[in-house]
Ligand binder design. Structure first.
Ligand SMILES: [Zn+2]
Length: 215
């Protein structure tokens, strides 16, 4: 089974992906990770990708798709249950992925959309705090430090990252909507979009995800 998780920043995609990996043997294919890995190992694709990265340019979709092909079809015997992470982000990328899967008589089975309304997302994202000394991440709502805004591990005063300030958060959400809404439309038309209410606790959301995937 090949799936993708869609949803805005703060919807809990990472948490749900981890739960699928842990409980249902999925393999998470994160384009960020495989890109870094290829660059680190100096593979042919890694060297090509690095040329773009060094110039501060986006790595072309064709290279990302080849990396994905390497990981899920050329290494070992091929991964059966895959969650795509960080890709596709645009309709063009989605079409590229479909084409690649088709080459191996495979297909994307489900696109799970984690739905959370804007106000809840803003609340979640602006509640994030980080320790400037040891980089431990907290959330004042879901995983607060034991002592009021102080790091549990090293006792430093927690800070809010620039990325998590209300204005930046609103902007990140605008960018997400603009980029991803066409993708939602794309998978809706293909009749593989499944919506899950992600405003609940991670465990409740996971129960719905499992049900939506018929696992
Ligand atoms: Zn700390």
């Amino acid at each position: 089974m090949k799936i993708i998780l869609l949803g805005p920043p703060g919807a809990g995609k990472g948490t749900q992906a981890q739960l699928l990996v842990k409980n249902h043997g999925f393999h998470q294919v994160s384009t960020g990770d495989i890109l870094r890995e290829a660059v680190k190992n100096g593979t042919e694709l890694g060297i090509k990708a690095k040329e773009y990265m060094d110039k501060g340019e986006l790595v072309p979709d064709s290279i990302i798709l080849e990396l994905i092909e390497d990981v899920i079809y050329r290494q070992k015997s091929g991964e059966k249950n895959v969650i795509f992470d960080g890709f596709p982000r645009t309709v063009v990328q989605a079409e590229g992925l479909d084409k690649l899967l088709k080459k191996y008589s495979d297909k994307l089975d489900s696109a799970i959309l984690l739905k959370v309304d804007n106000e809840e997302l803003i609340k979640r994202l602006t509640s994030r705090r980080v320790c400037p000394e040891c980089n431990t991440v907290y959330n004042l709502i879901t995983s607060p430090p034991k002592k009021d805004e102080l790091c549990d591990i090293c006792g430093s005063k927690l800070i809010q990252r620039e990325d998590d300030r209300p204005e930046t958060v609103r902007n990140r959400l605008r960018v997400y909507r603009k980029q991803t809404e066409p993708l939602i439309e794309y998978y809706l038309k293909k009749e593989i979009l499944k919506e899950v209410d992600a405003s609940r606790s991670p465990q409740e959301v996971f129960t719905s995800v499992v049900r939506a995937l018929k696992l």
